[in-house]
Design a protein. Structure first.
Length: 122
């Protein structure tokens, strides 16, 4: 029986390669959806700024997902909660109904603690 010594740096390199390959596949999927949605704009396929932006968004989303517990971007709340939201300055302070989410909140796991409060208009 043979044993192979694996260092922490080996694990980090392997993880990076696996994560990067997954991110490339995700980049391709996101790009295909953008091209399908915006088929009237074929020049977007070669727009380096957009391609870079998609790549950075996918990397960030992947990094949030890999956390333990995963960090979740939540923008679907409909009721204002001061522990989860901050009102935008033009909001109606007398209502709790959220009309628009300007910036989503970030939570640890599903129903976990709020890491960053969302900015909303009520």
């Amino acid at each position: 029986m043979f044993f192979i010594a694996v260092t922490q740096s080996d694990v980090m390199i392997i993880s990076y390669v696996i994560d990067r390959r997954t991110a490339v596949v995700c980049d391709q999927e996101v790009c295909e959806r953008v091209w399908e949605t915006l088929y009237d704009y074929p020049s977007l396929r070669t727009c380096t700024g957009l391609l870079h932006y998609i790549d950075e968004c996918v990397r960030l989303a992947w990094a949030l997902t890999l956390q333990n517990p995963p960090l979740i971007v939540d923008y679907e709340s409909r009721q204002f909660d001061p522990s989860l939201h901050v009102r935008f300055h033009t909001s109606d302070p007398d209502t709790t109904e959220i009309k628009c989410v300007l910036w989503p909140m970030l939570t640890e796991g599903d129903g976990g603690i709020c890491v960053y409060r969302g900015v909303v208009i009520t």
